[in-house]
Design a binder for this molecule. Sequence first.
Ligand SMILES: [Fe+2]
Length: 241
Amino acid sequence: MKNIDAITNLYARKELNFLGGQARFDREHENKRILLSFANSIQERDIVTYDHSRRVGTYAQRLARYVGWSRRDARDLALAALVHDLGKTWIANDILLKADTLSDEERKTMERHPLIGARILIGCDVHPFYVETVLYHHEAWDGRGYPSGLKGEEIPLSARILTVADVYDVLTSQRPYKAALSKDAARERLLSGSGTSFDPMIVRAFLNLLDSEPQFTLPQRICAIPAVAKPAYHAASSARV
Ligand SMILES: [Fe+2]
């Protein structure tokens, strides 16, 4: 894993060069275009992952705002969340959609998805913020996560926020291999992972947010982030449904 870390570090240093005015605007616009285009590709490949990613984006954005991020930074995190599982689009269906428990070999294949997603994004020259967030969204606070085994604050804050939002949505969603947990049961699972899987400060903030907003949990297939605009041919063909 050291290679990918070296790549993103180098990339981050390159990005530190100041971009001002129009150049910065153009760069942000290009990032957004690329990320939304990847979100479209996830939607075409796997609607469950796409819907999950949209809900995670909403949760992560609200959580980021709650812990004091600017509107703009929180929006960038929502964009990263939309493509956090981009690497899964390259995992075979017999693993991706398997209803039974994954074998060790299959689990290892599945655990490559943050790295695959990050490599795709690096290839498109998007800002390192998005690359890091995607790459590290399965790291754990105690260092037992993957792909790099980063620990505590070594893990970028964006990824620590995304992890909590991601896990909450997985817990409260139905999947081929599991039933959906209630909000209270999911709350307990997050609490039990605080300090081991998750940053305790982020868990505390998330639970406060959950408690203060009774309608916080989004229904399946509905989400606050607007749907990614479809190309014209898609809109026309969908009229047959
Ligand atoms: Fe993931």
